[in-house]
Design a protein around this ligand. Structure first.
Ligand code: IPE
Ligand code: IPE
Ligand code: MG
Length: 260
């Protein structure tokens, strides 16, 4: 998407000393940026606060990054909000997160409308508590005609569950003889994932320093560039995003070939 330069410069005014818009090549932006938003709990604990405060601060970060990505002309922003493994957390934390998702979605509908953001979900959202599910449906409905950035929120998402689901969907079609074995190719597998229709991420950001994927987008990240920062998610801001993009733009992406 072509960025609105005036709005972009306004958003990125008052730069810190090490990074500014001048470090970024707007002609070579990643189309799809994906983020594992990690470290909310540690951020809260470091300040003697309850983990819930960390999750609330995480929402503030996500809002800033959504706006920054829109300003930068990014086509797709995907963000890991709740994994299939996160159900193992204490019930009160799971409940809090589900309430926070529902509350935030309703509260921020105006942001999606103002910024022309189209919302999609990655994951088994049908299995979420009713209230959360209903607000997600409202978000989908209210943003379905928006033509700007796609915000793909991964909630109750696990890559292994996603791939297992794709195998089942394809197997059903072959069993029904509506699909021949020879028709199963990489494109068909991609089309049966939650990310169907979206380009693969070029840049994956993980905050809080963990060097793992935690079951996120195993298929889609095959050739993605990784950017891991020790910054905890509630401290990740528009400048951190620029640092990640600047790092991405220095990479030599060979895709198994040789340097061009
Ligand atoms: C990420 O922060 C948010 C979710 C997984 C919902 P964490 O809650 O994992 O924070 P840490 O990793 O415990 O610091
Ligand atoms: C990954 O973070 C999931 C999300 C950010 C939603 P976790 O905190 O759940 O991952 P692990 O447990 O450190 O691998
Ligand atoms: Mg974590």
């Amino acid at each position: 998407m072509v960025p609105d330069l005036l709005k972009l410069q306004e958003h990125y005014a008052v730069a810190p000393s090490d990074i500014s818009l001048a470090h970024i090549d707007l002609e070579h932006m990643p189309r799809h940026i994906s983020i594992i938003m990690d470290g909310n709990g540690r951020w809260a604990q470091a300040q003697g606060l309850d983990r819930s405060k960390g999750h609330k601060a995480g929402v503030v970060s996500l809002k800033e990054i959504i706006t920054s990505c829109v300003r930068l002309g990014i086509d797709v922003l995907s963000a890991y909000a709740f994994s299939t493994e996160n159900w193992q957390r204490p019930q009160h934390e799971v409940d809090l997160l589900m309430q926070l998702f529902a509350h935030t979605l309703v509260k921020e509908l105006h942001l999606f409308e103002e910024e022309n953001v189209k919302l999609v979900f990655l994951g088994d959202v049908a299995a979420l508590p009713k209230k959360t599910r209903e607000t997600f449906e409202l978000g989908l409905e209210r943003t379905k005609n928006n033509t700007g950035m796609v915000l793909a929120l991964a909630v109750n998402y696990g890559a292994r569950a996603e791939l297992t689901r794709a195998v089942r969907l394809i197997a059903q079609e072959t069993a029904a003889k509506t699909l021949a074995l020879d028709d199963i190719d990489e494109t068909l597998v991609s089309e049966n994932l939650y990310t169907t229709g979206l380009p693969d991420p070029e840049l994956l950001i993980r905050t809080s320093g963990e060097l793992r994927l935690s079951n996120f987008l195993l298929w889609q990240l095959a050739y993605t560039e990784f950017y891991i920062t020790d910054t905890l998610w509630p401290d990740f801001d528009r400048w951190e995003l620029l640092r990640a993009i600047a790092s991405f733009q220095l990479r030599d992406r060979r895709f198994g070939g040789v340097k061009s």
